[in-house]
Write a protein that binds this ligand. Sequence first.
Ligand code: TXA
Ligand code: MG
Length: 307
Amino acid sequence: MQQKTLTEAKKRLFRGEIVIFPTETVYGIGANAENEDAIKLIYKVKKRPFDNPLICHFANIREIKTNFILKEKDIKLAQAFWPGPLTLILKKKKESKINAKLSNNQRLVGCRIPNNEIALKLLKNLDFPIAAPSANIATKTSITSIDDLDINLKNIFSIDGGSSVLGLESTVVQTTQVGCKILRLGSLTIEEIKKKFSDYKIEIIESNLSPGNQLKHYSPNKDIRINVKNVLDNEALLNFGKNNLKSKIQNLNLSIRSDLNEASHNFYNFLNILDKSKCNRIAVAPIPNHGLGKTINDRLKRAAYED
Ligand code: TXA
Ligand code: MG
């Protein structure tokens, strides 16, 4: 990526425009988090309802402490997993300049420090944080490559940072007296949190409490059938591991060696490719329900949901 592109992105953010940029999880659509009009623009292009708040991205924890109240457990999680795929729900200080529209006028805001060189370079050169949801139309799949960008978002200035290293969104966490609540499963696994904080009571909120947890979400245009034992004539196959499943239309394997890191990295890109194939539906092989597999299954369940 050229310095010129970064300078142009900065200029646009300063002017109140929106910019698509890479993170280690998925691509984001960013705006100046202190600029209400810029934030409104994100909601508009994404067709996202205002009651589903955006995540605020920072360059370092010092800036987060200026704007938010961090409890002891917040600081511990932050030190363990930032920069990285952890979004902490924090209470905004009264004097913070972060715009209220970012979080639907609520003081609880999702914050994170991304672990991506381009994102961090961008953030370090701005004197405001970046509000950024994933770079997709609401209810559609996140993207991990600029090539997968929705046609309706192609006119937005974007920085190509190659394919996202992790491939699944950040894990949204809120600390409690006794541990933490997982509001959205993501790239940071419950196992990783437990390993570092074995005394924490970890609660997974399966409901729609996190506004982005709507049942129909993260979905391609084609229908999805999950946990398949066979593949039908009109179906493309999203496979996992070694087995006898086969599609007559198109076959992609998330990870032949059953590696969940590799599967997460490939997940959205492969869904996007199969979505464009000549199938009527995408059949998905069973994915083990632990670690990152739990997050993949969460996304698949929402993608397969019929309303
Ligand atoms: O990895 C990621 O998190 C990416 C990259 C770009 O950072 N961003 C992302 O943002 O996935 P978005 O807006 O697509 O998803 C944010 C999730 C949603 O499920 C939203 O409801 C939840 O975080 N969230 C944000 N603020 C919240 C809050 N104050 N309380 C509860 N949930 C919140
Ligand atoms: Mg999203």
